[in-house]
Ligand binder design. Structure first.
Ligand code: DC
Length: 218
């Protein structure tokens, strides 16, 4: 079975997707982490983030996979565990610029499909239902009010030890929304067959129960 979960930053996708996958015994694939890994590497190599050709080459020459542990998953990029670096403010600020490049997206989509081959998966991102797993058994679209999304992202960053202002997060989320929704390929949008869930007033457990109620129905 394939479950696609799309939605904007801060809607609660990754927490929900990870927990749902664990409960169902499925593999969780965090595609945002893959774009973040490429962004981290591009910044480390001081690449020009507007140069699509060099980013395309970077994507082709980068090996990304996940390692699963009982306490969570790690992202391995060219044999190096970079999990602790991909959620920095710098990566947050630049990732949607990197993810907007169509050639690079082509490489990532192919890799993501491969990761999901012959497995039951929960995959989260922006374009999963539309491009990566168009035949997914379930396509959920998680959303939440902008206020809630800013608050969640702020709490997440603070919990990771970043001292960051609310205004900075608000600007970053709004910029990212704008870029993620307007790019030419793989833009974030609600599909005809998406099941839309507003998580603004729901706890994680409640969101998971809503998703599970859809799985049970069929
Ligand atoms: O879900 P996230 O915040 O970790 O995603 C990081 C960025 O990657 C976000 O700005 C959108 C982009 N992304 C994408 O373009 N396509 C995906 N399938 C997943 C993420």
């Amino acid at each position: 079975m394939k479950i696609a979960i799309d939605g904007p930053a801060g809607a609660g996708k990754s927490t929900v997707a990870r927990r749902l996958a664990a409960e169902l015994g499925f593999v969780y694939i965090d595609t945002g982490a893959m774009y973040r890994a490429l962004t981290f590497k591009a910044l480390e190599e001081s690449l020009d983030l507007d140069d699509e050709d060099s980013l395309y080459q970077l994507a082709q020459n980068t090996e990304i996979h996940f390692q699963y542990h009982s306490h969570g998953q790690r992202i391995i990029c060219d044999n190096r565990d970079i999990s602790d670096y991909i959620r920095s403010p710098r990566v947050n600020a630049e990732v949607s610029r990197v993810a907007s490049k169509p050639l690079l997206r082509g490489v990532m989509v192919a890799q993501q499909r491969k990761l999901a081959e012959n497995k039951s998966v929960v995959m989260d991102g922006r374009d999963i239902g539309e491009f990566v797993l168009p035949d997914a058994d379930y396509k959920f679209f998680l959303t939440a009010s902008i206020e809630k999304r800013i608050m969640r992202r702020l709490e997440e960053m603070q919990a990771s030890g970043y001292d960051i202002e609310r205004e900075t997060i608000a600007r970053e989320i709004m910029d990212r929304d704008q870029r993620d929704s307007s790019r030419e390929m793989g833009a974030l949008r609600v599909l005809e067959d998406s099941i839309v869930i507003d998580t603004s007033d729901l706890k994680v457990d409640e969101v998971i129960n809503v998703l599970k109620s859809y799985l049970k129905e069929n």
